[in-house]
Design a protein around this ligand. Structure first.
Ligand SMILES: Cc1ncc(C[n+]2csc(CCOP(=O)(O)OP(=O)(O)O)c2C)c(N)n1
Length: 385
């Protein structure tokens, strides 16, 4: 029997969708794999750019569809209203609806629960798809309307849909070539220079730097980076992000601009690519007296959602990006290189590009809520100012 993911892809193909754009969520990783294999697919750095790319595709006569997590709607709303809606362009949006069904990550609840109200307020039509039997019944007709009437429609896909799915995905971690990265397939992978090749995964890097983190304020990227750091050893000085992808470096900058304390941000390639402009703000505003370090753990993947490749896997050198904005940078791949870079006394903001292998450790979600994390962190940060 065909899996729910394959059946949904069949319906989408029948409706004539010929252009897709995706940004991963762990709960739809199977669907995303199928979409990237079956359709012309643009892997995104930020959901908002997908609205623009799909608008361009629609202007060129295509039938675009996006596949994202509900948090991404938060990044898209202005462009959806002032571009797609305003110019009456068609867009179908398939949303992994988190926070509503057997959710283990509490931070998914605020956006997930409020999303229907937000869409209603924005005048965007939506349909909840709660079970596999809803698939053809509820989707086909709505999809037809999207392209006939040039409208936006959101399909809220409950995680219940994929329960018991027979789908088997055979995929290596960050394969060399993927059809989805269309234009990149024609280019040889760029080699980034380090004295050594990638040796460590994120967990090994975090374990290696953990002793150095003592008594330093640390802002840690969401998902597995925060979970792994907590598992290696919790300290009150750790601000674990539970959601708000792309905000690690901005939070670190805000701390640094408000204090003379040393601040370390542990960020990720996917998160930095979602919000690279923040490196310009850091370069221009974090003055020479400040001690702000961004440790970019670059595993070339959206590690936390299934290791889907990001553009740093074969196209973008994050260190060059940071350097371009004027930051002091260094590239490191080995334990010793990473630790020496951290220990080096540098005035002003700096960017350490830590090259990592993809992969996550099987560690549980952080048992602390946001208020507890805030209380502990502020206790540490304000006590010593
Ligand atoms: C706006 C938004 N889109 C998508 C997600 C789903 N998501 C959570 S973590 C993550 C991957 C982050 O990748 P990266 O920063 O490279 O860190 P890694 O897990 O690879 O260490 C994604 C896509 C999200 N939380 N928010």
């Amino acid at each position: 029997m065909r899996s729910a993911e394959e059946r949904l892809a069949d319906i989408i193909a029948r409706s004539g969708v010929d252009f897709t754009a995706t940004l991963p969520c762990d709960r739809i990783k199977g669907l995303l794999e199928i979409v990237s294999q079956r359709f012309f697919n643009v892997p995104l750095t930020r959901e908002e750019e997908g609205v623009g790319i799909c608008a361009g595709a629609a202007l060129a006569g295509k039938r675009p569809a996006m596949f994202i997590q509900n948090s991404g709607i938060g990044n898209m709303i202005n462009a959806l209203l002032s571009l797609t809606g305003f110019y009456r362009l068609p867009l179908a949006i398939f949303v992994s609806h988190r926070g509503v069904y057997k959710e283990k990550i509490a931070a998914q609840a605020p956006m997930g629960l409020k999303l229907p109200g937000l869409l209603k307020g924005a005048g965007i039509g939506f349909t909840r798809i709660d079970s596999a039997s809803d698939l053809s019944l509820k989707i086909e007709e709505k999809l037809e309307q999207v392209y006939l009437k040039n409208s936006i429609h959101v399909f809220l896909l409950s995680p219940a849909l994929w329960e018991g799915s027979e789908l088997k995905i055979e995929r290596q971690l960050v394969p060399e070539r993927r059809r989805s990265v269309l234009s990149l397939d024609e280019q040889p992978a760029k080699k980034v220079k380090t004295r050594t090749g990638k040796k460590l995964d994120r967990y090994e890097i975090l374990s290696a730097i953990w002793p150095w983190l003592e008594n330093r304020a640390v802002v840690c990227n969401l998902g597995f980076p925060a979970r792994e750091l907590y598992q290696i050893g919790h300290r009150a000085s750790h601000f674990y992000m539970l959601g708000s992808m792309g905000m690690a470096t901005p939070i670190g900058l805000g701390l640094s601009l408000s204090s003379d304390k040393e601040v370390l941000v542990i960020d990720g390639d996917g998160s930095l690519l979602m919000n690279p402009g923040t490196l310009a703000t850091v370069a221009c505003l974090a003055g020479k007296r400040k001690s702000l370090t961004i440790l970019a753990v670059d595993n070339g993947a959206y590690g936390s959602t299934g290791n889907q490749p990001t553009f740093t896997a074969n196209c973008i050198d994050l260190e060059a990006v940071a350097k371009g904005f004027g930051l002091k940078t260094v590239k490191a791949a080995e334990k010793k290189e990473i630790i020496t870079s951290l220990q080096e006394k540098v005035k002003g903001p700096r960017f350490i590009h830590a090259l990592a292998l993809p992969g996550n450790r099987d560690v549980p979600v952080i048992p602390l809520g946001p208020l507890e994390i805030r209380k502990q962190f502020m206790g540490f940060f304000l006590e010593r100012v």
